[in-house]
Write a protein that binds this ligand. Structure first.
Ligand code: BGC
Length: 526
């Protein structure tokens, strides 16, 4: 190990020397050689210190890192603000202006593990789109077949009709392969649509705005279930959308199928959001019946927390830059500080800032302009790199080196690696603490002695410390008499939609014949 570092440091010192000496010889320019020697003699200390420094000892770097730190006191303050915003979202008088919308989902029952039936599900929430066939067999048993389809960028930002046409075509292709087309049966379908929607019923939901890089025209304010069903009918597919759910709701439902103490669903992926079970008496915007159970799942849409500037006290210039260069400036401020769509970009901007301040990649000072590094391009540092960099333990930094070389930083020094890892750790820790504080608000509010949080999303799944960092901060913020656990929800966005289709409207599911006025009459399949 020691040899390795010595080797790396030597290389860093020798490489420029060799290069400059060679240049001097080649041009046989005595003046050039003299200037070079003069430079090395005049500034040897500065050169060495910079190459041997430890990140934590460097004041300028620490200043940048400090701007990312959020103290426990600040977290408590943020929790108070979030509670206020939640109250505003739930009250009819303030709902319209509220940033955290707290949409009632019309899902009031959670599954009990006995549900049975074959249900189709569509899962749209990021660049990938999935079609699933879920066979709920009771006794917690679920069989699942699925296929992933890509949503091309042109469709993500094109006209909405092409998006829904594409979804219907993918559904058709899947059903054909599974021999579900022209069977004489109409299959119920749960639609996981992971964008903010004001639900008007279980199978009726108006999109309030796009997030996560989508901006299809003609969809905002429209009923997305209707748009989907029209496209399904246009293609003559024997399926009927009976429920629309947010991915957080699917995650909660899938987790509750196995663990009845589940009361919260959380997504930490391309975007972030949470839902939880709320008592009807706290939901002023509720317009449904007050039958038992007197509760409803609330889709918080917490990604929009801070859209009214209330998080400005903790935002950095990097957050502002990420926001300004996004497709939806001023929107989803909390999401932009937490989720996978933005984390790599925050890290890239910090790296670039340090590089421009000559605090990083010093060995490349003379050369980084010579070749193209994706560090100069928006999106050039992927969020998955953050996870990879943070899996390095100790001082070898083999993963970090690989990442840096991938983005064109050849032979990074020990310091380069340590600083980049330090940046990744601070950015992801801040995200984990913010999400943890949000969860603490919900757990304290639910007030049960035991609460399970179903969690899904690529950031949570693949980041090596996200869960640990969240739990640590939550231990300090959740009331001491409450036990909580974070459980990875197994494919909630897919299974959850099927469960909602089964559970949330049991009356529909117990009817013996399922008739669809708009298409043909089909026999019910569950
Ligand atoms: C959307 C939410 C979704 C979350 C996680 C956000 O951008 O607004 O509806 O639950 O991403 O996918």
């Amino acid at each position: 190990m020691a040899l390795n570092i010595a080797h790396i440091l030597q290389d860093d010192l020798i490489a420029p020397m060799v290069k400059k000496t060679a240049y001097g010889l080649a041009t046989t320019c005595i003046l050039g050689a003299a200037v070079y020697v003069g430079y090395r003699v005049a500034a040897p200390e500065k050169h060495r210190i910079r190459h041997h420094r430890h990140p934590e000892l460097n004041d300028q770097i620490e200043k940048v890192m400090d701007s990312l730190k959020i103290t426990d006191d600040q977290l408590v303050h943020i929790m108070h603000i979030l509670e206020e915003e939640m109250t505003a979202g739930l009250s009819p008088a303030t709902h319209k202006q509220a940033t955290v919308k707290m949409f009632p989902t019309y899902v009031r029952n959670i599954p009990n593990g006995t549900e049975v039936g074959k249900v189709l599900a569509l899962d749209l929430g990021g660049t990938n789109f999935r079609v699933l066939l879920i066979d709920l067999r009771g006794n917690d048993k679920v069989e699942l077949t699925s296929k992933i389809f890509v949503i091309p960028q042109s469709i993500m930002i094109g006209d909405g009709k092409y998006l829904f046409r594409h979804l219907a075509e993918c559904l058709y292709e899947f059903m054909l392969k599974e021999n579900l087309i022209h069977t004489g049966l109409c299959y119920p379908l749960g639609f996981t649509f992971s964008f903010p929607c004001k639900q008007e019923g279980l199978a009726s939901a108006r999109l309030t705005g796009w997030t996560k890089g989508f901006s299809c025209a003609g969809v905002v304010n429209q009923d997305v279930v209707k748009l989907l069903q029209d496209a399904i009918n246009e293609k003559g597919i024997n399926a009927k959308c009976v429920a629309l759910v947010n991915d957080t709701v699917g995650t909660l439902m899938a987790c509750a199928y196995k663990d009845p103490s589940t009361a919260i669903g959380l997504i930490l992926g391309t975007g972030t959001n949470a839902c939880y079970i709320e008592s009807l008496d706290k939901v002023g915007t509720w317009d449904g019946d007050y039958d038992e159970p007197k509760q409803v799942i609330i889709n918080m849409e917490w990604g929009a927390f801070g859209d009214n500037d209330r998080l400005n006290l903790i935002r950095t210039k990097y957050d502002e830059e990420v926001d300004l260069s996004s497709i939806n400036p001023g929107k989803q401020i909390f999401e932009k500080m937490i989720s996978g769509m933005y984390m790599g970009e925050i890290v890239r901007l910090i790296i670039l800032d340090l590089l421009q301040q000559e605090l990083l990649f010093l060995g490349h000072r003379d050369t980084y302009g010579d070749y193209k590094t994706p560090l100069y391009d928006r999106g050039g540092f992927y969020t998955k790199f953050v996870s990879t960099v943070e899996t390095d333990e100790g001082i070898k930094f083999s993963n970090t080196r690989r990442v840096l070389e991938d983005i064109g930083i050849r032979n990074p020094t020990y310091d380069d690696c340590a600083i980049v890892q330090h940046i990744c750790r601070q950015v992801s820790k801040r995200a984990a603490r913010l999400a943890g504080a949000g969860l603490a608000v919900l757990i304290n509010r639910i007030g049960k002695s035991e609460v399970t949080v179903g969690v899904d999303g690529s950031l949570y799944r693949y980041h090596p410390r996200f869960k640990r960092n969240m739990e640590r901060c939550m231990e300090a913020l959740v009331h001491k008499d409450i036990k909580f656990q974070l459980t990875l929800s197994d494919d909630g966005s897919g299974k959850g939609a099927a469960m909602v289709a089964c559970v949330a409207d049991r009356s529909l599911m117990t009817a013996s014949v399922f008739r669809d006025e708009e298409t043909a009459d089909y026999e019910k399949v569950i």
